[in-house]
Every structure is written in structure tokens, then in C-alpha cells.
Design a protein around this ligand. Sequence first.
Ligand SMILES: NC(=O)c1ccc[n+]([C@@H]2O[C@H](COP(=O)([O-])OP(=O)(O)OC[C@H]3O[C@@H](n4cnc5c(N)ncnc54)[C@H](OP(=O)(O)O)[C@@H]3O)[C@@H](O)[C@H]2O)c1
Length: 286
Amino acid sequence: MKLAVIGSNGQLGTDLEEVLSAHNDVEGLTHADIEITDIDKVKTLLSALKPQMVFNTAAYNLVAEAEKNADEAFLINGIGTLNLAKVCQDLGIALVHYSTDYVFDGKKQKPYTEDDYPNPLNVYASTKLSGEYFARNYCERSFVIRVSGIYGKVASRGKGGNFITTMLKLAKEKKEVRVVDDEILTPTPTSHIARNTATLINTDQFDLYHMTCQGEVSWYEFAKVIWETLQLETPLYPASVKDFPLVVKRPFYSVLQNKNLDDLKLNQMPDWKNALIEFLREQYQK
Ligand SMILES: NC(=O)c1ccc[n+]([C@@H]2O[C@H](COP(=O)([O-])OP(=O)(O)OC[C@H]3O[C@@H](n4cnc5c(N)ncnc54)[C@H](OP(=O)(O)O)[C@@H]3O)[C@@H](O)[C@H]2O)c1
């Protein structure tokens, strides 16, 4: 298949391009190649490329900054996705779009399925939810995939890192590191999202999907595995969200259950801890 990956030099885009290239002709598109907020440019480029499927990893993903830059966040996460959905629909291209666990408010305190009602607490998550609706309702052949706590061999371009790179930096620079123990999520490597996406797109089950590793963990427990695996010596302590100034509201619990993948018997996502240890060993202990 001829495919196009938008954000191909980003954290998820890099792994998507690599994994999908094994069996497909993949055109990687960086921000220099495509501006998703400009529908005319999107139309011109995709008309010329003629891919059968487009993968959108482009996002405004600075959660705290989005509170002040709501216009820009909505332009990229909302309108940008709407542009892609409209152009894909017109050109008969299928769309794969990525979203976030933050669309939920966390009050359920049990894993969220695709049937649960979203209630985003902040600007970033609200704009991402709008993108979900645009992808699903303007492009009939679309997969919308929610992911959580992602990390990859290329750190997030938008964020300038990921949780692992942040922890390594803090461990190097600080006398001690405190990490919140009362926000629960499921850390997930982008390589596994790319692989499970590659399986899902072989079906015509266009729908909304949760695609995270199995299990749940606090940010502190996530950090603890990094400390143990890489034998970091800087003291690490649990903290509460209340110990830090509140910049933006976040869900205290955003664990996703991959129900729709399970129903199709296509859930290939591993346990979060095994996946994390494997990633750390590959990246940092070669
Ligand atoms: N990080 C997390 O833990 C997390 C959690 C849940 C969901 N997600 C979602 O996962 C997806 C992938 O995140 P990521 O960490 O891989 O992001 P990333 O590393 O920041 O990559 C985003 C890519 O999109 C490009 N881009 C940004 N704005 C664009 C625009 N207007 N037009 C075209 N390209 C544009 C960026 O290029 P430039 O850098 O050159 O602008 C970059 O190549 C996003 O949808 C994000 O919302 C992330």
C-alpha cells in the first residue's frame, strides 16, 4: 500500500514510518513538507501523492501552554484534523488519527473503554477531542486511536522530550527527585503502538480504539522502574499533585482498556512494565 505519515520525524511518527515501511511504500512527511492547518496545501500535496492511507501524528501537545494558547491548539488539533478528514474523504483516502487518554476526567477510577463518555478537563484535551469528532464524522474511513503516556526512541518534538528523558535529566541535575504518586496512567512505547496500528489497518473496522499497554501505574512507579533498571543513584521520592503549583487540570486517573481491539482479537499490546524495561535496556544499556 502507498501510505503517508504526517509528523514522520516526531516521536510516534518515526516508529510508524519504520514499522509500516516493512510492508508498504511509505512517504514520511515532516512539518516542512505539510502544514495541516492549510487545507489548500493539504489538498495539493495529497492529490499529488495519492496515498491510500494517511497517518496523522501532528499535534499541539504542550498541555500546560495550551491553556494560554487555546487558538493555536485548536487550530492544529481541531481544524488541522478537520482539514485532513475533509481532504481524505474527498480523495478516497483512509485516515488514521491519534488522540489521548486525557479526553477523560478520571472520575471513573476504573479503566475507560471506548464506550465511556469523555469529559476533557483542559484546553489541550478539549481540542484533541474535537479532532476525534472531526476525523470520525468527516472521513467515513477513519481509525481514531487514543494512546497514553507515550515514549519512543525519538523524544516528542512538541514537548522537547518525554517522561524518561525528563527523569534522566532531573536525576543528573537535582539532589533528589520527587514524582507524583496520585496520577495513574499506562505508559506505552510508540514502537508497540506502531506495530498494533500496522495490524489494525489490515481490517476495514473503521472506529474509535484505545491502544495502550496493559496494567496501570502512577508516574512515581513509572519513575521507579526507570531508576531500578538504569540503576540511578539520585534519591527518588513519591509526591502528591498538591505539592506542585496547579498550572492545568489533569485527570487523576486516565487508564484505557483496549476493548475494541480485544473484541476484534487484535489487542497485541504488552504489559507496561515489561515493555518499559525492554525499551530502557535497548536504548540506554547497549
Ligand atoms: N506525549 C504523550 O504522552 C501523548 C499522550 C497521549 C496522546 N499523545 C498524542 O500522540 C500523538 C503523537 O505525539 P508525539 O509525541 O509523537 O508528537 P511530536 O513528537 O511532537 O510529533 C509531532 C509531529 O507533528 C509535526 N507537526 C506539528 N504541527 C504540525 C502542523 N501544523 N502541520 C504539520 N505537522 C505538524 C511536528 O513537526 P515540528 O516539530 O517540526 O513542528 C512533529 O513532526 C499526538 O497526537 C499527541 O497528541 C501523546
